[in-house]
Ligand binder design. Sequence first.
Ligand code: PGA
Length: 264
Amino acid sequence: MTMRRPIIGGNWKMNTDLTSGRSLAAEIASAAATPACDIVLYPPFPYLQQIGEVIAEGGVVLGAQNMWHEESGAFTGEVSGAMLRDLGVRSVLVGHSERRHVVGESHELIAAKAAAVIAAELQLVLCVGETLDQREDDRTLDIVLGQVDSGLSSVGCEAMGSVVIAYEPVWAIGTGRTASPGDAQAVHAAIRSHLQERYDAGVAAATRIQYGGSVNDENAGDLLACPDIDGALVGGASLNADSFSAIIAAAVTKKNQSIGTQSR
Ligand code: PGA
């Protein structure tokens, strides 16, 4: 069995100001940094450099909420992979539901961005998830696996070590409603077996799949205990250092339990 290192992301979205963002990052870096878990913070673009300086000494990784797929040129308001790398960014969110549904990003654009993140040698966190209507119509797996296929259409087997998938049901994001651990695990397992068909068994076993959507310090333990849930992408609760640290602690507990199971 492949041991997958847990990964907990804090997606701050368009929140914090510079002062509160710096203190939040400092609190997280001192309270939560642990070698047992990858921790990634995704602050707003204007604060990347300063937040990067705050976390530079610890084990917390700097991430970006978005990226443009071209390398340079006349793309007013956009930011390239090389620019993000210059600021110390190592991970990029692509296909977040707010980009798909609020901004209107297409499957094609998301696929182009995903390919560009890999080309820039950054970690790609590809976000996928169904809307409430799609779930009620029993189309969850069609939608989610379709988003995996289109998002990774230019990503080959050899690049999959740089890919994390975040399953985030749209109806659970920012609503306080979470998928039950059983429902989330079923989708994660389906994504993993799809990766086996699309790539191979090694890729399926090694790829980390995060759950996202109203994860907090109370529900994280049960979600992270599921065998195919390898971490969490956290919005609201990542804006509070105590809640975010508790989610990280739940991920570390899961990892320790699976080490115990393996050595038995
Ligand atoms: P939420 O956001 O935790 O506030 O639901 C999750 C996300 O959008 O990644």
